[in-house]
Design a protein around this ligand. Structure first.
Ligand code: MET
Length: 242
C-alpha cells in the first residue's frame, strides 16, 4: 500500500480561508513542496525544519488518525501542504474518505495536475503572485483548468490569490480575466509570520483587510470576486495545528 508523507493531522476546527471558509473540517497537512514562497506560512513542510516530524502513513492509517482525533465530530477533511498535488496516489485517501461519508477539500498552487482533482469536492487552486518570488507556469495552469472545466467540475473549484501589494493585485486581475468561469477569491497576505502577540497581529491583518477591500471596490476588473481574511489568523494568530 502507498505511504504518504504527513506532517500534521488536526481538528476539528474551521476552515479559515477560501471557498469553504467557516466550514467545520479536519486538516491533513502533507510534507513536500515544489515551491518555496517567500512568505509561506507553512514553510516547515518544505524547509527541513520539521523533517523529523514527517510520518509516512497509508490511507487507512491517516483515516485512523483522523478518527482518533475527530471521533464523530467531522464530515469534511481538508488536505493541504506543502503541495499535496505532488502525491500521485492520493486517490487512495480521497476515495476512502468519500466511502466513509466525508467531503474532501484540497489546496494546491496549480503547478501540477493529478487525475484525482476531478474527485475533490472543494478544490482551491492558489497561483502565487509576484511577492512570493515564484513564477506561474501558465501552460500548466491553463491545462489544469481546462480539464476541470471539461469535466464539469467548475462548481467544485475556485481560484484564490493572496495579496500583499499592488503588484500582486495586478497579478490577481490577470488570473481572474484568464479564468472568468471560476469562483475567484482574493485573500489578505500575512507577512507578520513572527508576530506572537495575537492581538497585534489581528489589528494589523484587519488594517490590511480594509486596504484590500478598498482596492477591490475601486477596480472594475474585480467585480465578481470575494475578499477574505484568514479567519484562523485573526482568531488564533500564527500558531500551528488550529
Ligand atoms: N501549497 C498549497 C497552496 O499553495 C497548500 C498550502 S500553501 C501553505 O495552496
Amino acid at each position: 500500500m502507498n505511504k504518504f508523507p504527513v506532517l500534521e493531522i488536526f481538528g476539528p476546527t474551521i476552515q479559515g480561508e477560501g471557498m469553504v471558509v467557516g466550514r467545520k473540517t479536519m486538516f491533513v497537512r502533507t510534507a513536500g513542496c515544489d515551491y518555496s514562497c517567500s512568505w509561506c506560512d507553512s514553510a516547515f513542510t518544505w524547509d527541513g525544519s520539521a523533517k523529523d516530524e514527517i510520518q509516512k502513513l497509508t490511507a487507512p492509517e491517516i483515516i485512523n488518525a483522523l478518527d482518533q482525533r475527530g471521533g464523530d465530530y467531522f464530515d469534511h477533511v481538508t488536505i493541504s501542504g506543502g503541495n499535496p498535488a505532488l502525491l500521485k496516489n492520493l486517490n487512495e485517501l480521497i476515495d476512502s474518505l468519500h466511502e466513509k461519508g466525508c467531503e474532501v477539500a484540497l489546496e494546491t498552487q496549480g503547478s501540477k495536475w493529478q487525475a484525482w482533482f476531478l474527485t475533490i469536492d472543494d478544490l482551491t487552486i492558489s497561483p502565487k503572485p509576484p511577492s512570493s518570488k515564484m513564477s506561474t507556469n501558465w501552460d500548466v495552469l491553463d491545462r489544469i483548468i481546462a480539464k476541470l472545466e471539461e469535466a464539469g467540475r467548475t462548481t467544485h473549484t475556485s481560484l484564490k490569490v493572496v495579496i500583499f501589494n499592488d503588484e500582486d493585485l495586478e497579478y490577481a486581475k490577470q488570473v481572474h480575466k484568464r479564468y472568468p468561469n471560476l469562483a475567484f477569491y482574493v485573500q489578505v497576505g500575512n507577512e507578520a509570520l513572527d508576530e506572537s502577540d495575537d492581538q497585534n497581529l489581528a489589528l494589523h491583518l484587519l488594517d490590511q483587510y480594509e486596504w484590500l477591500i478598498d482596492r477591490v471596490m475601486h477596480s472594475s476588473d474585480l467585480n465578481h470576486v470575494r475578499v477574505l481574511p484568514q479567519v484562523h489568523a485573526l482568531l488564533w494568530g500564527n500558531r500551528r495545528g488550529v
